[in-house]
Design a protein around this ligand. Structure first.
Ligand SMILES: Cc1cc2nc3c(=O)[nH]c(=O)nc-3n(C[C@H](O)[C@H](O)[C@H](O)COP(=O)(O)OP(=O)(O)OC[C@H]3O[C@@H](n4cnc5c(N)ncnc54)[C@H](O)[C@@H]3O)c2cc1C
Length: 379
């Protein structure tokens, strides 16, 4: 078994790091403004330059504007981006799962219309899944899409929609069947957010300025060409295309970097002479490494074109543990300073709060691990 990176992937990472070191001067200062106009402007410019080099969608098939590269190169990109606070902004969603969903389930017309602006880095997409009464229990969603002539009329409310305030389109789930149909009555809509009847309202949140939004839909009319895949078959799309998204944000890479910086700082302050502090650093580092190895097992599955498995739940749970360990250590080691906006450890602490909730909560991952890996009975 070969554990090292092969020469091509290692060379790609070196070239990418040089490019990012040049391109991202000054970027870290805006990191806490996730979802703000300044942040989004930066992302739009940066992602275009990434696209010009073929590094935005390297893993997509060439016929759809990708580079035809493997899963590992895509993942090297993700690690280096996440380490730097994800300068692609919401466009990481475009390339990780919005585009791939359209490639797999879209019509020829949808592919022609939707994919080129993504590969050029010109559009922001957001994810309209959660509702006030449907988070973990997503199948309880109530937003309705009623067929009317040659289109659909959408009515309902979404919540916690990151980046909706800056986005052009929303990958939206709505109920086309009856409530009793549960998962079998849900469809995916590719909704232009400028559609009349769509209103985005910002919600202040702990993750950064304007990061969260509510999206209200009041009889918003869209054409039938906004439906992705078959009516009432949206759950299958979400299940398949989001399976790998559980590890799509390699959060351990950022946590490990923050840990290194905190260690430098604590060494300078003489705190590392305390064996208790050193032990906490060691534990946090071990959790970051465990998360990395578990995520790599998921990427290996993908590289071998295997069906997604419960390894993704395990890897995601491990990433949450790593993020929380580093966030908690920041608070304990740096004290009140870690709560000052923009300070070392602040973004980490706030990110670690959200990490266990977004993209499937930590507790739900544990439930799935108990059932799918440990084979324990469902309670
Ligand atoms: C940073 C961040 C970004 C987000 N971005 C988006 C976005 O862009 N688009 C979007 O649609 N949504 C987004 N969300 C929302 C997120 O998907 C939901 O918050 C999440 O699905 C949980 O739903 P909820 O908030 O309704 O909590 P609930 O589902 O009410 O859960 C509350 C708590 O109960 C626990 N719980 C629930 N059911 C069980 C169970 N069966 N067993 C054990 N414990 C359980 C959960 O783990 C959680 O701790 C985001 C959330 C965060 C934090």
């Amino acid at each position: 078994m070969e554990f090292a990176w092969n020469e091509a992937d290692a060379a790609f990472r070196r070239e990418l790091v040089e490019f990012l070191d040049r391109e991202l001067v000054g970027w870290e200062r805006s990191e806490t403004g996730l979802g703000s106009a300044v942040h989004s402007d930066f992302s739009r410019g940066f992602v275009r330059r990434l696209a010009e080099r073929g590094w935005l969608t390297p893993h997509w098939p060439e016929e759809y504007g990708g580079g035809g590269q493997g899963a590992w190169q895509h993942f090297v990109l993700g690690e280096e981006m996440w380490k730097r606070g994800e300068p692609r902004g919401p466009q990481y969603m475009n390339v990780n799962w919005v585009g791939p969903s359209v490639i797999k389930y879209g019509t020829q017309e949808q592919k022609r219309r939707i994919l080129p602006p993504i590969t050029r880095g010109e559009v922001f997409w957001c994810q309209g899944f959660s509702e006030p009464e449907a988070g973990t229990d997503l199948a309880a969603l109530k937003t309705r899409a009623v067929r009317d002539g040659d289109g659909y009329v959408l009515t309902g409310q979404k919540i916690w929609t990151s980046y909706a305030n800056e986005a052009d389109h929303c990958f939206l789930l709505a109920r086309t069947g009856s409530a009793a149909d549960g998962r079998d009555g849900i469809s995916v809509f590719l909704l232009p957010l400028r559609t009349p009847g769509v209103e985005v309202r910002r919600i202040s949140g702990f993750v950064g300025d304007h990061s969260f939004n509510e999206v209200f839909l009041t009889e918003a009319r869209v054409g039938a060409d906004c439906l992705l895949g078959e009516e009432n078959k949206g759950w299958e799309i979400v299940r398949r295309t989001l399976a790998y998204e559980r590890v799509g944000a390699p959060r351990y890479a950022r946590a490990a970097l923050v840990l290194d910086r905190m260690a430098e700082r604590c060494r300078a302050d003489g705190l590392l002479s305390d064996s208790g502090v050193r032990e906490r650093f060691g534990q946090a580092r071990a959790l970051c490494e465990a998360a990395r190895v578990l995520v790599y097992r998921v990427i290996d599955e993908r590289a071998k074109a295997k069906e997604p498995s419960a390894l993704a739940n395990q890897a995601r749970a491990a990433m949450v543990q790593a993020e929380r360990a580093v966030g908690d250590l920041a608070l304990d080691a740096l004290g009140g300073e870690a709560l000052v906006e923009g300070a070392l450890g602040d973004a980490q602490f706030r990110n670690s709060l959200g990490a266990g909730i977004a993209a499937g909560s930590y507790e739900v991952q544990l439930n799935l691990i108990s059932r799918l890996i440990l084979k324990l009975p469902k309670e």
